[in-house]
Design a protein around this ligand. Structure first.
Ligand code: PYC
Length: 300
């Protein structure tokens, strides 16, 4: 029987499960290389941690690992019900609050190595974290796609640590009563944008004032305002002259939780900062019994 120590938290409603001990040894490479080893050799472990019957589609896993960059406090590989994430904003907030809960971090700024670069995360108090994300940018503005069943839809393709297609004025209003319809629309948008020359897009972000709705790669929706999605949004707002350096943007999720966002321009790049809160809600051992027919989770 294998035991895996995990700490669960939620950031604005979106769950994070940090693997503290009992995870696979991913070698001594960079965190980007560790992700490749994880995917190649230990994908069953990913599924065991986040998929049913131990997890659910919304949980984002975070495997804590040694950073290769000696200036970093920790390394992390994020994963979900269908694969791996480049970066995760809500997950980084959850990771910091988890490390604070364990007494492994003092309040203040810490560099965290992710597969797409180093982010700086500042533990402001026991629950509040501000992240300075990787540089973000808009790759394509006002891309028009034909979405079967919905017609022409216009949006921007942007990077915020993950790839997003951002649709202003969603034809399906972003409100909790429309969750199923939003999921159906966003998935249809994802298929169309991927078939329209942007195969890299794996998150779809819909807006109708004042909220956003983010559909994640495994069809779960983000309960938080999505840290990387907010970063992509900030990059588009800055590029459009709608947000100036240092101004605050409030991004509200479909559940009503809010992230505060700002941009700084560093060496000509747009560097977003996101502030949000997380709460630890479980400190547990997962039991991986090889005799359990569902030991490695129910995979899609
Ligand atoms: O907060 O960046 C984020 C995120 C990505 C997927 C789920 N949450």
């Amino acid at each position: 029987m294998k035991r895996v120590h995990v700490i669960d938290s939620h950031t604005g409603g979106e769950p994070t499960r940090v693997v503290i001990a009992g995870g696979p040894d991913l070698g001594s490479g960079t965190v980007a290389e560790k992700l490749l080893v994880f995917r190649r050799d230990f994908d069953a472990f990913r599924s065991a941690v986040v998929n049913e019957p131990r997890g659910n589609d919304a949980i984002v896993g975070a495997l804590l690992c040694e950073p290769s960059d000696p200036s970093c406090t920790a390394g992390v590989v994020f994963f979900n019900n269908v694969g791996y994430l480049n970066m995760c904003g809500h997950g980084t907030i959850g990771l910091m609050v988890t490390l604070g809960y364990l007494g492994r971090l003092n309040p203040g700024s810490h560099r965290i190595e992710t597969p797409v670069g180093v982010v700086t995360a500042t533990l402001l108090d026991g629950n509040t974290v501000s992240i300075t994300n990787v540089p973000s940018y808009r790759k394509a503005k006002a891309v028009v796609i034909d979405v079967p069943g919905y017609g022409l839809v216009t949006g921007d393709v942007a990077w915020g640590g993950n790839w997003f297609f951002l649709v202003e004025d969603s034809p399906v209003r972003v409100e909790p009563a429309n969750l199923d319809a939003l999921g159906g629309f966003a998935w249809a948008v994802r298929r169309s944008i991927n078939a329209s020359g942007f195969p890299e897009v794996d998150h779809v972000e819909l807006f109708s004032d004042p909220r956003n709705f983010v559909l994640c790669p495994g069809k779960a929706y983000d309960r938080s305002p999505c840290g990387t999605g907010t970063s992509a949004k900030l990059a588009c707002l800055y590029a459009d002259g709608k947000l100036r350096e240092g101004e605050t943007w409030l991004q509200e999720s479909i559940t009503g939780s809010v992230f505060e966002g700002r941009v700084s321009i560093i060496n000509g790049e747009i560097v977003p900062s996101i502030t949000g809160t997380a709460f630890v809600n479980a400190d547990a051992q997962l039991l991986l019994d090889p005799n359990d027919p569902f030991c490695w989770g129910i995979r899609r």
